[in-house]
Design a protein around this ligand. Sequence first.
Ligand SMILES: CC(C)(COP(=O)(O)OP(=O)(O)OC[C@H]1O[C@@H](n2cnc3c(N)ncnc32)[C@H](O)[C@@H]1OP(=O)(O)O)[C@@H](O)C(=O)NCCC(=O)NCCS
Length: 179
Amino acid sequence: MSTAATAEKIAPPEIAARVADVIVRGATDADTDAVIALIGEVYDEFQGCVLLIDDEHPELKEPKTAFERLGGTFWVAECQGRICGTVALTPTDAPRVARLSRLFIAGPARGRGLGETLCQLVEQTAKDEMQADMMMLYTDSRFLGAHRLYERLGYVRQPGLVHCADASNSIEYVYTKKL
Ligand SMILES: CC(C)(COP(=O)(O)OP(=O)(O)OC[C@H]1O[C@@H](n2cnc3c(N)ncnc32)[C@H](O)[C@@H]1OP(=O)(O)O)[C@@H](O)C(=O)NCCC(=O)NCCS
């Protein structure tokens, strides 16, 4: 097959957001290895955090399909062609309440507004496509930088803790934000 014919068949990714040279696009299932590598690297930064794909996060093996099946979306950020960030949006059982999850930014890509941009993309999509008026999220108590980001963006930590029976012995906070 000629290169021209191939090029015609591969639609360019729809860019959902941009931060300087970083583009944000909906994930494909082919992104799975890069997504798992990124989240694995981030988990390694935190004492006791273990990423078990088959047992605890099988959805990462098909990020597009798995999140679409839930009625949501999984996005990736690409820095110079490499995946350097992820975030996901899903509905919840509560009417008009949407959930932000899987927010991970590679170390070298941090501190220039990408995390904030991904949160804003999720919130805008939740409003536009799910008619959500409230966001919620769970965050590991070890993720201190994320707590600062969420609080700066107007998320409020709810009372109580969630003790997860997972391999990371996670203790999670719940945050909500009125949209
Ligand atoms: C939390 C996390 C997602 C933030 O991503 P990020 O891209 O660095 O986020 P931002 O750049 O929007 O904000 C981070 C910091 O950079 C600062 N910043 C943002 N844009 C900036 C700019 N242009 N110049 C200088 N500083 C800037 C912000 O003020 C913020 O400062 P703070 O850490 O002192 O609060 C990222 O650190 C991460 O992946 N952490 C590990 C995993 C994690 O905790 N995930 C959350 C799961 S619930």
